[in-house]
Design a binder for this molecule. Structure first.
Ligand SMILES: [Zn+2]
Ligand SMILES: [Zn+2]
Ligand SMILES: [Zn+2]
Length: 359
């Protein structure tokens, strides 16, 4: 992600900030300008943005719940911002715990949308496309033992992404991670994975990329439920690491694609952050020139896949080592084999073409 600063006092800011710690000005994010802006009050609840002189905004309705700091232009009919207008169901906020979990979920979701907007990917909501538009249901499990409603399953179906809000509870999520034997499980990871299923339907299904998809990822017409059952019963394929980014990716071509899509978004975001910090890596030992890197490319502006990804191995080596110094596991616990790189290259090509056509 980019780094942001206060236009009034040049204080560095985080994406989620709502007030400048130094000069106390209110802050709001303008997605159209990819920037966080200091704000001065205008008339009746509107704001003038220092980053967009002459323009007047109001906050997204979810700002009232401390769940969003994005802005909507004054002339717009929208009550919600570009990230929040896709919410279909949110948890019951009369429960204080639900509010806390939902705020965390929104934090991750806004980071997801930052990346989607940076890439210029199409974003169609449920009003524009009632059957396939992108929508979110953030649901809690029915309380036991009285719940006769079905268990909430995190997943995607025809544009609708369901998230079990207990994934925002650190202890619950860690328990799920261990149960599933996953090296990595985060809210942002869930969002980037599930949105991959959505974009498969929008950009791959029945389109010019579909044949190439099958050549690379396999034939998705194999029975999905059966494939997942086999995966959970027998465990992953032997040597799955050679061909898949995660063991779950080996369960079915749809999961393989969603996993690769998620990693593509993870990697671009992390490389943009390295670029924003003008990071340089120059190890004092060893002779591997591949590990000496500068991060002078904005990955969202670069079309050449090889140029974007060239510095990634050096960055993961460095950030994993930093993480070990703090007694933490790998920050990026994955290996990108040549086969996996081929799949990421496919995702890149797909995104590049789709973004161009989305205007
Ligand atoms: Zn300031
Ligand atoms: Zn919002
Ligand atoms: Zn999936």
């Amino acid at each position: 992600m980019k780094l942001f600063e206060c236009q009034n006092c040049r204080q560095r800011l985080y994406f989620e900030n709502t007030r400048c710690e130094h000069c106390s000005m209110a802050l709001g994010y303008i997605p159209e300008a990819t920037t966080l802006s200091a704000l001065s009050p205008s008339d009746d609840g509107h704001w003038q943005a220092l980053a967009a002189p002459g323009q007047v905004f109001r906050f997204c309705a979810n700002a009232a719940h401390d769940a969003c700091n994005w802005l909507v232009p004054r002339g717009s009919d929208e009550v919600y911002c570009r990230a929040c207008r896709h919410n279909r169901t949110i948890p019951d906020l009369s429960d204080a715990r639900n509010l806390l979990l939902w705020q965390r979920i929104e934090g991750a979701k806004h980071r997801l949308f930052y990346g989607l907007l940076r890439l210029g990917l199409p974003l169609v909501d449920r009003r524009e496309d009632a059957t396939h538009g992108l929508a979110f249901d953030f649901l809690g499990q029915a309380p036991e033992p009285f719940g006769d409603s079905p268990q909430v399953m995190t997943g995607h179906a025809e544009g609708l992404i369901t998230l079990d809000i207990s994934e925002a509870d650190d202890a619950a999520r860690e328990r799920h991670r261990l149960q599933m034997a996953e090296p990595y499980r985060t809210l942002l990871g869930h969002f980037r994975h599930e949105i991959g299923h959505h974009y498969w339907e929008r950009l791959v299904r029945n389109g010019v990329w579909h044949r190439a998809f099958r050549d690379l990822f396999g034939d998705e017409r194999q029975d999905y439920a059966e494939a997942l059952q086999t995966h959970y019963n027998r465990g992953p394929l032997p040597n799955w690491q050679d061909h898949y980014i995660s063991s779950y990716a080996s369960a079915h071509p749809w999961e393989d694609f969603a996993e690769c899509w998620a990693h593509y978004l993870h990697i671009l975001d992390t490389l943009e952050t390295a670029h924003a910090f003008q990071l340089q890596i120059a190890p004092r030992t060893g002779r591997d020139p591949e590990l000496a890197r500068t991060f002078d490319i904005d990955p969202y502006e670069e079309a050449d896949f090889d140029r974007i990804f060239a510095a990634w191995p050096a960055l993961t080596f460095a950030i994993n080592s930093l993480s070990h110094s703090m007694g933490q596991p790998d920050l990026y616990p994955f290996v990108l084999t040549p086969t996996v790189m081929g799949k990421l290259r496919f995702v890149h090509g797909l995104v590049q073409t789709s973004a161009r056509h989305s205007g």
